[in-house]
Write a protein that binds this ligand. Structure first.
Ligand SMILES: [Zn+2]
Length: 492
C-alpha cells in the first residue's frame, strides 16, 4: 500500500502518536453510531471519516503473546515490573510471534519485554516492548488479558519505529473451539496413537489425527528426512537431515502444543521387539505405514497378542493406488490372514530388492519425482486417519457413529489410475461407469479370517484335532495379554 495516500498518512501519524504516548496532529476516535473509526485533525471542526479496510488494519506489525505463558510468569511481572521473552520475527518484523507458543521459532528472534504500567524498570535493550495498562471495563478485545487475580489489562506494543498491534493467543480454548465444529472438541485428548513408519503416508496420517485432537502420540521410524523426501513429505527443506520422528513431532506440536509426543528411532526387528511391545501396550491404536512385509507381520503379531487394533496403509508402486487394512484382534482378519488369503494383493506394496524399493513411492526411498505423487498418497493417508479416528471414537459419544456401518469391511482399496499391466488396467472411465469399479473411489472388501492362522487363528486347536490330541492335558505358555505366543514369522 502506498504511504503517499493522505488517508494512510493520517492513520499512520495518529497510530505513531499513540505509540509514542504524545499528542499528535490527528486523533483516531471510534464513532459508535457510524461504527467506524474517524480521524479528528487539529484545527478541524468536523471529524473526517476514514474507511478503514482490512488492509489498513494490517498496516502495522502484529505481535502475538501467549496468555498461558503470561499467566505463568505473572508473579515475576508483579515483582519486577517487567518480564523478558523472545519473539519469532517473521517477514522482516511484520509478524512477531512469541517463541513460547510453538516448537519452531523463526531464524530471526526479537528480544522483548512485557511491562506493567508503572513498573519502572529500564527496558532499553529490547526490540519489542509491550505495555500492559489496567482497564476497568472488560470489552474482551484480542488485546485484553485477564490476570490471575481477575484484573483486566490492555496491551499496546511498540518497536523503535512504530506501534505494534498486540493480541493474546489462548491457544487451547481457541483450537478446541475450531475443532468443535467437526468433532467433539477434546474427547480424544486421552487417546494414544502409536505410528510406526513416518514416510509420506504415516506423517500425513499423524498430522490429521493431531488436528482431530488426539492427545498422545508415540512415533517410530529409523530414517532421516532427505532432500528427495521433501516433495511429498510434510517435513520441509529446512528440516532435511533430522530424524523423521522429530520432524513429525514438531509438526504435531505446531497443531496441538499440548499433545504429548514421544519419539523412538527404531529398526523393526527382533532386537526392538520388547520396546515395541511396551509401546503397543500403551496405545489405544497402532497405525503402521512401514514399507516391508516382515515389519508389518511383526507389528501384526504383537498387536494381536496385546489385543490392540491396528491400521495398515500402503501405496502400490508409483502410487497408482493403495490399500488399507484394519485389524481388530480376533474379530477381523489379521495381516497374516491377509497374506494367506491374498498373497498378490498383499505383496504389491512389498520390497524384495533395492531396485523394487526405488519404484515404491510409499517407502520414501529415492524415486524419480513425478507430478502428483504426493496427491496420490494422500487419499490413502486420509483413509488410514479416518479408520483410526472411527476406532478411537468407539467408546465415546459421537455424531460420527453412523460411519461404523460404512467402515465395516476389513480391507479398503483405492485406485488413482488404471495402471497398465495390473488387474485394474481395463477399468472403465470414471464418466462411463455407474456400477463397475473405477478409479477415485474407495471399495470396502470383505474376506474371512484364516481359521488356521498361526497368529490369530485356532492354530493349536487345529493341530490337536488333526493329531487327535486333548489340549486339556497340555499347558500353553501365555503372554501377558493371554494370547498364545508364537514365533515371529520370517520373510517368505
Ligand atoms: Zn490372522
Amino acid at each position: 500500500m502506498s504511504t503517499n495516500d493522505p488517508q494512510q498518512q493520517m492513520i499512520r501519524d495518529a497510530m505513531q502518536a499513540i505509540a509514542q504516548r504524545k499528542p499528535g496532529k490527528t486523533k483516531l476516535v471510534y464513532d459508535k453510531t457510524k461504527r467506524t473509526i474517524v480521524a479528528v485533525a487539529e484545527g478541524s471542526q468536523t471529524p473526517r471519516a476514514l474507511n478503514i479496510t482490512a488492509d489498513d488494519a494490517d498496516m502495522f506489525a502484529v505481535a502475538t503473546v501467549s496468555s498461558v505463558w503470561l499467566r505463568q510468569n505473572w508473579p515475576q511481572l508483579l515483582a519486577e515490573g517487567n518480564v523478558r521473552c523472545q519473539f519469532s520475527s517473521w517477514d522482516d518484523g511484520d509478524a512477531l510471534t512469541q517463541c513460547n507458543l510453538g516448537p519452531l521459532p523463526s531464524a530471526s528472534v526479537a528480544q522483548a519485554a512485557i511491562i506493567l504500567a508503572g513498573g519502572g524498570a529500564s527496558v532499553d535493550d529490547v526490540t519489542l516492548r509491550i505495555d500492559l495498562k489496567p482497564i476497568k471495563e472488560a470489552e474482551a478485545t484480542p488485546s485484553d488479558f485477564v490476570a490471575p487475580d481477575g484484573t483486566w489489562y490492555r496491551a499496546s506494543g511498540s518497536n523503535s519505529e512504530q506501534s505494534v498491534s498486540t493480541i493474546f493467543a489462548d491457544v487451547q480454548p481457541e483450537l478446541a473451539t475450531r475443532r468443535s465444529g467437526i468433532l467433539e472438541t477434546t474427547i480424544l485428548a486421552d487417546k494414544s496413537v502409536l505410528l510406526i513408519g513416518l514416510g509420506t503416508g504415516g506423517a500425513h496420517a499423524a498430522l490429521e489425527l493431531a488436528k482431530c485432537g488426539v492427545g498422545r502420540f508415540a512415533l517410530v521410524d529409523r530414517d532421516r528426512l532427505s532432500v528427495g523426501n521433501v516433495v511429498r513429505h510434510p517435513g520441509g527443506i529446512s528440516q532435511v537431515g533430522r530424524f523423521k520422528v522429530r520432524v513429525v513431532r514438531d509438526l504435531i506440536l505446531e497443531k496441538n502444543p499440548d499433545a504429548a509426543v514421544t519419539t523412538h528411532v527404531l529398526d523393526l526387528n527382533f532386537a526392538s521387539k520388547e520396546e515395541l511391545k511396551k509401546l503397543i501396550a500403551e496405545s489405544s491404536i497402532v497405525v503402521c505405514g512401514t514399507d516391508n512385509r516382515p515389519s508389518k507381520l511383526l507389528v501384526n503379531q504383537l498387536c494381536i497378542e496385546a489385543n490392540v487394533s491396528a491400521i495398515y496403509g500402503g501405496a502400490f508402486r508409483r502410487a497408482f493406488g493403495g490399500q488399507v487394512l484394519r485389524v481388530r484382534p480376533k474379530v477381523s482378519p489379521c495381516h497374516q490372514c491377509f497374506v494367506a488369503a491374498m498373497p498378490d494383493e498383499a505383496s504389491d506394496v512389498e520390497i524384495s530388492s533395492s531396485s523394487d524399493a526405488a519404484d515404491i513411492a510409499y517407502s520414501d526411498l529415492p524415486v524419480a519425482v513425478e507430478p502428483g505423487l504426493s496427491l496420490d498418497v494422500l487419499p490413502i493417508a486420509n483413509m488410514v486417519a479416518k479408520l483410526a479416528l472411527t476406532e478411537l471414537l468407539k467408546d465415546k459419544p459421537t455424531t460420527l457413529r453412523a460411519l461404523e456401518r460404512d467402515y465395516d469391511a476389513p480391507w479398503y482399496l483405492w485406485l488413482n489410475r488404471p495402471e497398465p499391466a495390473t488387474p485394474y488396467s481395463d477399468w472403465p472411465p470414471l464418466s462411463e461407469s455407474s456400477d463397475e469399479m473405477t478409479i477415485n473411489r474407495w471399495y470396502g472388501i470383505y474376506f474371512d479370517r484364516d481359521s488356521e492362522c498361526p497368529v490369530c487363528g485356532n492354530f493349536l486347536s487345529n493341530i490337536a484335532a488333526n493329531y487327535g490330541l486333548n489340549l486339556d492335558n497340555f499347558s500353553v505358555p501365555q503372554s501377558a495379554a493371554g494370547a498364545t505366543s508364537m514365533p515371529v514369522p520370517t520373510e517368505d
